[in-house]
Design a protein around this ligand. Structure first.
Ligand code: AMP
Length: 588
């Protein structure tokens, strides 16, 4: 496909803010994709060069793009920054500048999507001396062959900020519209922004939607899902989980207390400690063992100690759901997630860091065992399989502590014990519940003694003043609206620590995390790529015209950095609506 054609699709998607409109555009695009081109096109349309679980990155800083733009357009740095100030977007800046370039002729060749994709992948594989120059050279080559519109989206892809607002929900709907649209007689009325289909088909539409969603949750691979949908519903149903490919984990609802927990999951239920570590999915297929985070990134190389623990303590092929927990070497007490989070990203000196930050694996579920998916097996049977097949070694590899009870007092004692041991709270699980990947269905709930918290993504910040002058110190936070856009919901500047060494997240640490993500800078404010997710608590949610979400958090305060969350996982506007309405229900 010509890259220009793709750029036009991006443009259309960017221009419509309506989710249904986007669904229509995407479904038409899907129709056009051949099986030969699907692999790279489905990544590019998501603004990706690698699938979610691949840890490779392009590693191109904002500054390098500016330098490349100087080279390609012959403009001075000041001229480039002047445009950037006006547009607030490197993509648009590039679009304007290449249009006016003085050095190189435009349209020296016609770019294809495959060429752009291959070049971007090549950039990620560069290593050693001269890497920066080579990266610049590759980007320059792309830009000199690109027309204005193409250049805009190439740059946006490079900085992973495509700004076309495509979420997974839109993808799912678009797959249904594209491959089952005729059968369901789906008609999109653009003027009214409504989907029309005969009442007879509504149930079927929901059914197909569920089938596509199931396929996405199981495979996490749009290519597989689209290829199956192309062949028909049966092929979709036949998709199953594959050992070695990450599958979405099941999520848990939050309840206020033990009584509400019993109400949701039934009596008796399984009660487990809620360990404050990070979630991993462990895949064992013969000798091969892989570890994925809940963001589905492959972190096997970072955790050879966990790989070894699986090797030694599990003999059969399986997929396990577990929490990895750090503990203090001397006292053997569990440590909060923050203290071991650095292990997730660590690429070097792994041996040393294993020594310094040892971990214990607490297995709490099994999704696949000996060539058989256990997704539809009741939890109590899955747990029995774990008990029978896992060798437990304290401080290395064990099953989550569990109590089965229908007694509130016993549950309360277990809860108190969990908190005393430094855990976050408890999980209460329905003994008959199946495993539903990617969903918060209520087969399990969490109980923890905190104020309401929300996970939000940082989209901007302000440089501090006085002793905080070197640091970003007030952070603009956002949630996701119904069009899959990040919309602001407040600013948070409390809960951070001043000095390195104090327990918690420091301003310096935040500054280090956010600096490479800066996409726009003016006076003392910056805008950043929405990447860093934090959990905040707050006193109240108010309606507010100040922020694009229409709401403002009152007195938000940092609880913790959520490095285990992707920006797409942060709070959605309907969650905020709910919170707001619940407050009103309580008389606020
Ligand atoms: P939250 O991160 O607050 O949504 O709580 C859910 C998370 O708790 C899961 O994603 C796991 O990472 C973690 N967790 C800790 N212990 C357990 C357990 N026994 N069962 C399930 N999840 C657990």
């Amino acid at each position: 496909m010509r890259y220009l054609e793709l750029a036009e699709v991006y443009e259309k998607l960017e221009r419509t803010s309506k989710r249904l409109g986007k669904t229509k555009i995407l479904s038409e695009f899907l129709k056009k994709i051949s099986e030969k081109e699907i692999d790279h096109l489905l990544l590019l349309i998501q603004g990706r060069v690698f699938p979610a679980w691949d840890q490779r990155e392009l590693g191109i800083a904002h500054k390098l793009i500016i330098k490349t733009l100087r080279l390609v357009t012959g403009k001075t740095e000041k001229q480039i920054y002047d445009v950037l100030k006006k547009t607030g977007d490197l993509g648009e800046t590039t679009e304007q500048l290449v249009g006016k370039k003085t050095q190189v002729t435009l349209f020296s060749r016609k770019l294809t999507t495959q060429q752009v994709f291959d070049t971007l992948q090549k950039i990620a594989s560069l290593e050693g001396t001269g890497t920066v120059e080579k990266k610049m050279q590759f980007i320059s080559e792309l830009l000199t062959s690109a027309d204005q519109k193409e250049a805009k989206y190439i740059i946006r892809t490079i900085i992973s900020d495509l700004r076309i607002g495509l979420g997974e929900g839109t993808f799912r709907d678009a797959i249904v519209w594209c491959f089952f649209g005729d059968e369901l007689e789906i008609k999109y009325d653009e003027k009214e922004n409504k989907v029309n289909f005969s009442e007879n088909n509504r149930e079927k539409y929901d059914e197909y939607n569920d089938k596509v969603q199931r396929a996405i949750d199981l495979t996490n691979d749009f290519v597989e899902v689209v290829n199956a949908a192309r062949k028909g519903v049966k092929s979709l149903d036949n998709l199953s989980l594959k050992i070695g490919n990450p599958i979405k984990v099941m999520l848990y609802q939050k309840v206020k207390n033990i009584e509400d927990g019993f109400e949701t999951v039934g009596k008796p239920c399984a009660i487990e400690q809620k360990y404050d570590g990070f979630r991993v999915e462990l895949h064992k297929k013969g000798e091969e063992i892989k570890i994925f985070t809940r963001r589905l990134e492959d972190v096997s190389n970072q955790f050879p100690d966990v790989v070894k623990a699986v090797e030694e303590n599990v003999k059969k092929d399986c997929v396990l759901d577990a929490e990895v927990l750090g503990f203090d070497k001397k006292t053997k007490k569990y440590l909060p997630f923050q203290s071991i989070s650095q292990r997730i990203k660590r690429k070097y000196d792994i041996k040393e860091i294993i020594e310094k930050f040892p971990v214990e694996v607490n297995v709490f579920d099994v999704i696949y065992f000996e060539n058989k998916s256990l997704l539809n097996q009741p939890f109590k049977e899955r747990r029995a399989i774990l008990e029978k097949n896992i060798k437990q070694v304290p401080l290395k590899f064990k099953l989550a502590d569990q109590l089965i009870t229908d007694n509130s007092q016993k549950a309360q004692e277990f809860y108190d014990k969990a908190l005393k041991a430094g855990n976050e709270g408890i999980m209460m699980k329905n003994l008959e519940g199946i495993y539903k990947p990617g969903s918060r269905v209520g087969y399990g709930v969490k109980v923890k003694p905190t104020m309401e918290t929300l996970e939000v993504v940082i989209v901007g910040a302000e440089w501090g003043s006085g002793k905080r002058g070197k640091w970003l110190s007030s952070f603009t936070i956002a949630c996701i609206d119904e069009n899959e856009e990040f919309v602001e919901i407040g600013k948070v500047g409390t809960g951070f620590k001043e000095k390195e060494g104090e327990e918690g997240v420091t301003f310096e640490q935040m500054t280090k995390l956010l600096k490479p993500l800066i996409i726009e800078e003016s006076q003392n404010e910056v805008k950043v790529k929405p990447k860093i997710v934090i959990e905040v608590n707050f006193e109240e949610i108010q309606k507010s015209p100040t922020y694009a979400s229409g709401y403002a958090l009152r007195f938000p305060r940092l609880v913790k950095l959520r490095e285990d969350r992707r920006a797409e996982d942060c709070a959605r506007i309907d969650e905020i609506d709910n919170f707001y309405n619940q407050q009103r229900g309580r008389g606020k």
